[in-house]
Design a protein around this ligand. Sequence first.
Ligand code: CP3
Length: 342
Amino acid sequence: MNKIILDNLNYKKTEKVPVWLMRQAGRYMKEYHIVKNKFNSFMEMCKNSDAVTEITLQPIKKFDFDAAIIFSDILLILDAIDINVEFIAGKGPVVENLESLKNIKLLSRKLNSNKVKPCYEAIRNVKKELINKPLIGFSAAPWTLATYYIEGNITKDLSRIKSFSYKNSKEMDFIIELFSYLISQHLINQIEAGVDLIQIFDTHAYQMDYYMHYKYSNIQVKKIAKLVRKKYPNIPIIYYSKTFQFLDKEANNYLNCLSLNSNISLKEQKKYFNGNICLQGNLDPYLLVEGGEYMIKEIKNILLEMESNYFIFNLGHGILPQTPIENVFKLVETVRNFKKKV
Ligand code: CP3
C-alpha cells in the first residue's frame, strides 16, 4: 500500500508530498462524460455501483494520484431519506423540500438501504481493484447538508436557511441533530465497506455568524468525529472549510487534518496548531485552469511553505470543469519532483 497520505495523517514524516484533488473524478475528464452520457440523471449514476467504481478509478489510472475518493455526492443522504434531489445543468442541485419542511419531525432516521447500498458496494469493488492506494470516503457536515435541504435551490447569501434558523430554532436544532446522526451512520457504513480515511465537507460553514458556527458546526463536527472514532478509533479524519477562524482550539484531538480553501494562509494555520496537525490544500482551482508559470510558481510556494509540516497537496476547492488535463499532469509532476526537508 502507498502509505504516503496515511503517514502524513498519522503525523509521520515523509520525504515526498502526497497529492490528490477534490472532485478529481468529473467533468474535466472526457472519460467521465462517456459514462455519464449513459444515464438519465446524475443521481441515478451515483446509485449504479459499476459506474461509480469505474469513475472513481478513472483519475487514478490517468494521473496516478496518491488516493482515490469514492465517486458520490454529499446530497445522497437527502435522497436516502427520500427527499427528492435533482441536478439541473446550469442551476446546480434542486431539493424538493416543501412537504417535508412542514413535517420535519416525520423525517426518516434511517438511510434507505436501496439508495446507499450501491455506494458501499462500489467501495468494496474499488478496494478489490485498488490494492496499493487508500480510498477516501466522505460526507457533508450537517450545516452544509442543511443549506441544500432548507434552501431548496441555494441562495448566494444563504438568506433562507438563516431566516429559517432564527425563526424556527427548535426545528433547526432537530434537523442538525438528525443530519449529524445520519452522517455518522453513512461514514461508519463507508468505513465498514472499506474506505481508509474520511473527509467531512463543511463548504458553507464560513457564512455563519460566530454563535451559529459554534452550535451547528463545531459541536456537530466534534460529535460526528467522536461517534465514528468510538467504533473506529484509528480512522483518519480530514475536515474541509473555508474558514478556520472559529475553529475549536483542540480540534487536533479529534481531527487529523484541516483542508483549507485558497483564501486561508497555510502558513498562519500551521502556526495556530504549532505544526501538530496535518494540513491539506490549497492551490486556487483557477490557477489550475490557467496553468503555465503562474501555476508552477504557486505550487512551489505552497510546497516550500509546508515542507516541514505534515501536508497533503490539494486544491482549495473542487477542480473546475474547464480545467485542461495537461495542467493536471503538470501539477502532479511538480509535486512529485519536490523533496521535503526531513
Ligand atoms: O471528489 C470527488 O471526485 C468525489 C465526488 C464528489 C462530487 N461531489 C461529485 C459531483 C464530491 C466529494 C462532492 C462533494 C460535494 N457536492 C460538495 C462538497 C465539496 C464542494 O465542492 O464544496 C458539495 C457542496 C456538493 C453539492 C453539489 N454537487 C453541487 C453544488 C453540485 C453542482 C455544482 C457542480 O459543481 O457541478 C454537485 C454536482 C456534482 N457532484 C458533480 C460531480 C462530479 C457534477 C455533476 C455533473 O456531472 O454535472
